[in-house]
Design a protein around this ligand. Structure first.
Ligand code: ADP
Ligand code: MG
Length: 341
């Protein structure tokens, strides 16, 4: 068939805590799936991956376990994370040869042990030439920033498990901060709110839908109401209640305030020349959390800087990884050094 070759292409992987995306050289984004795995408890064999595994969340029987192997921003379960990465890579290789070069985007806070694990997983999947790229660097490249210039750029990437904040200049990260408060904490705050306020237990998926549909960080021009279904904690019976976006905003206040605080404290550590650049250019928001209504305005109010939400924030990191892959020679300097000396 036309366009097929015996050699599968090199790839860039955004191994996010919530979503895994893969860019194949010359082809663009070829995979975009939740970072979720279902496996057999006894044999540890994979049963389902991505969207298919996500549909099983909260609905499995005792032999099947559904996990998010990267839950807190880092690899929580090495063995499962590795088989997941291998399975995703196999899927985009169409059963042909494995990719030779693989770039994996990792959080800035990643430890040496985790770097090793990511590298090993990619090697076990058949890759010969594995490189790691810090996520905020990938995000900056993905949104079209020229990271090589002597200009400070600030990225706030709000994913599922971590919020990564970094100032980038001259192909490197100047100051960085990674906190384990991001989209998952927001979802969790909504679950806790329902438990406290209404004695009602709601599922993670339900809470996430509420967050995405009516969650906000500042008062909205038009406030919304939605119906939420869950189980009453006392009677045990399924019930339905209506909640407003004001209430959900209140529920989200704690994680949002923590993210705002982390941005402010990183700003304090920015060297003055770069602070001047950021004053002019502002802050760019990436990651799924950037889509929370009013979060950009909330950060603008707190920092008095212009804040821009990246176009298609959920794919910024993988598009950056893809760019590095496509123009590898030009981007050598942005890659993480194999080992810190
Ligand atoms: P990661 O890089 O950790 O995989 P992503 O950048 O893919 O994370 O972002 C996933 C997070 O973004 C999830 O917590 C998800 O609930 C959240 N998210 C996605 N869309 C929205 C939205 N419209 N409003 C608020 N949060 C959102
Ligand atoms: Mg991410």
């Amino acid at each position: 068939m036309a366009g097929w070759s015996l050699f599968s292409s090199d790839i860039a992987v955004d191994l996010g805590t919530a979503n895994t995306l893969i860019w194949a050289k010359g082809r663009g984004i070829v995979l975009n799936e939740p970072t979720i795995v279902a496996f057999d408890r006894t044999t540890r064999h994979l049963i389902a991956l991505g969207h298919e595994a996500q549909a099983m969340v909260g609905k499995t029987h005792r032999d099947i376990r559904v996990v998010r192997p990267l839950k807190d921003g880092v690899i929580a379960d090495f063995e499962i994370a590795e088989s997941m990465l291998r399975a995703f890579i196999r899927r985009v290789s169409h059963g042909l040869l494995p990719p030779r070069r693989v770039i994996v985007c990792v959080p800035v806070g990643v430890t040496e042990v985790e770097k090793r694990a990511v590298r090993d997983s990619a090697e076990h999947a058949g890759a010969k030439d594995v490189h790691l790229l810090a996520e905020p660097m990938a995000a900056a490249i993905g949104v079209g920033i020229d990271v090589h210039e002597p200009m400070g750029n600030m990225i706030v990437d709000i994913g599922g498990g971590t919020t990564e904040i970094a100032v980038i200049a001259l192909s490197g990260i100047i100051v960085e901060e990674s906190i384990r408060i991001a989209g998952d904490e927001m979802t969790n705050a909504i679950i806790q709110y329902f438990r406290r306020q209404y004695g009602m237990l709601i599922g993670e998926r339900t809470a996430e839908v509420i967050k995405c549909q009516i969650g906000s960080a500042i008062p909205l021009e038009e406030e919304y109401e939605i119906e939420v279904r869950g189980r009453n904690l006392v009677s045990g019976i399924p019930q339905m209640i209506r909640v407003s976006s004001e209430e959900i905003r209140q529920a989200l206040e704690e994680p949002i305030a923590a993210i705002v605080q982390a941005v402010l404290s990183l700003l304090e550590r920015v060297p003055p020349e770069l602070a001047a650049d950021i004053y002019d250019r502002g802050i760019v928001l990436t990651g799924g959390g950037a889509l929370l209504k009013g979060l950009d305005k909330r950060l603008e109010q707190a920092t008095e800087l212009p804040v821009h939400v990246a176009e298609d924030p959920l794919t910024a990191v993988v598009r950056g990884g893809g760019k590095v892959l496509e123009h590898f020679e030009q981007y050598q300097t942005v890659l993480l050094k194999p080992y810190r000396l």
